[in-house]
Design a protein around this ligand. Structure first.
Ligand SMILES: Nc1ncnc2c1ncn2[C@@H]1O[C@H](COP(=O)(O)OP(=O)(O)OP(=O)(O)O)[C@@H](O)[C@H]1O
Ligand SMILES: [Mg+2]
Length: 305
């Protein structure tokens, strides 16, 4: 599964050569550029870093980020597990499972409901070496009502992942566009959060709600939870509006905003409809290079193994 260091360096230098074309917060705002090391060392031993990809606003790039950041981390030799924690099951479909094939049996919903279920049996291999996933299912929509009176219902996902935590370096959880029971479970199971944010004015107001939820989780179920970063997505270099919003985010959250920005490109929709990450569908596209840079940035910041 894990790749050797020679391959890591090759992929890295490919990304770095193209960095000049990629949107970066520092460069766009005329700030001193951040240099992210080209060579990424092999991950340390020990349990996986668990990361929730969260924003209650819909369509901001959570699923796209989960799939493509996961694929980029796997290229860097990380053993990656993706969990589709959304009843829309977009991640599952984006990894090539057709909706009519997506049975409840073997999905994360099935695992949450059957205490005897073996999580290892539900793990599927993606087309990216080193990247596995657990399917989502439409019945996850019933979670709110189903778990309402359960004791310790916030800890269900954390307990579910415990037996396989040492089998992976990174576990990414694709959350639904809400801050309900499922997302509370994801945040309780996580070390940190990535918040994809569309570069559009109303998105900033939504951020305070995500941050409040994180504070509530920290005070109640997971004191160690961190914000690993805010990721500007669907950025359009041609509009002054995208840039103004980026500047607002960077001024309000200077330590949190990632330097790597994900620009708007049709390639993401195209790759999803083909059921594969952009890193394999259009390996040298700007979108693929951006997610590879994000993977290196996350490791460089110490937020991923
Ligand atoms: N950087 C981008 N440029 C252009 N299109 C994008 C970009 N990122 C995502 N998209 C597209 O936007 C749509 C929504 O993206 P995605 O599903 O990742 O968002 P989401 O936050 O997971 O949505 P939801 O809240 O419904 O789960 C998809 O069609 C996706 O292909
Ligand atoms: Mg989604």
């Amino acid at each position: 599964m894990a790749k050797g260091n020679s391959q890591v360096s090759r992929l890295d230098s490919k990304s770095t050569n193209r960095d000049g074309e990629l949107a970066q917060t520092t460069l766009l705002l005329g700030r001193p550029p951040i240099s992210i090391p080209e060579v990424v060392l092999a991950p340390e031993e020990g349990p996986a870093t668990v990361i929730s990809v969260v924003n209650q606003k819909g369509g901001v790039g959570k699923t796209t980020t989960t799939i493509n950041l996961g694929a980029a981390l796997a290229e860097l030799g990380r053993r990656v597990l993706l969990v589709d924690f959304d009843s829309q099951a977009s991640m599952t479909i984006g990894l090539g499972i057709r909706p009519f094939e997506n049975e409840q049996y073997g999905s994360i919903w099935y695992l949450l409901n059957d205490p005897q279920a073996d999580i290892r049996e539900a793990i599927l291999k993606s087309n990216v070496p080193g990247m596995d996933f657990i399917r989502g299912h439409e019945d996850l929509a019933a979670a709110e009502a189903r778990f309402v009176s359960e004791i310790a219902k916030e800890h269900k996902l954390r307990k579910l992942l415990a037996p396989i935590i040492n089998d992976y370096d990174v576990i990414l959880i694709d959350c639904s566009p809400s801050l309900g029971t499922l997302t509370v479970n994801a945040l309780t199971a996580s070390h940190g959060v990535i918040i994809p944010m569309e570069c559009e004015f109303f998105a900033i107001h939504g951020l305070s709600l995500v941050k409040e939820t994180i504070q509530i989780i920290k005070s109640n179920t997971n004191p160690e939870l961190k914000i690993f970063g805010i990721l500007a997505t669907r950025f359009d270099r041609k509009t002054a509006h995208s840039r103004e919003v980026l500047e607002l985010i960077a001024n309000q959250f200077p330590d949190e905003v990632f330097d790597t920005i994900i620009a708007r490109t049709i390639r993401f929709s195209e790759s999803t409809s083909q059921g594969e990450p952009i890193t394999t569908f259009a390996s040298s596209s700007v979108g693929a290079l951006s997610y590879r840079r994000l993977a290196r940035e996350l490791i460089y910041r110490g937020d991923s193994k």
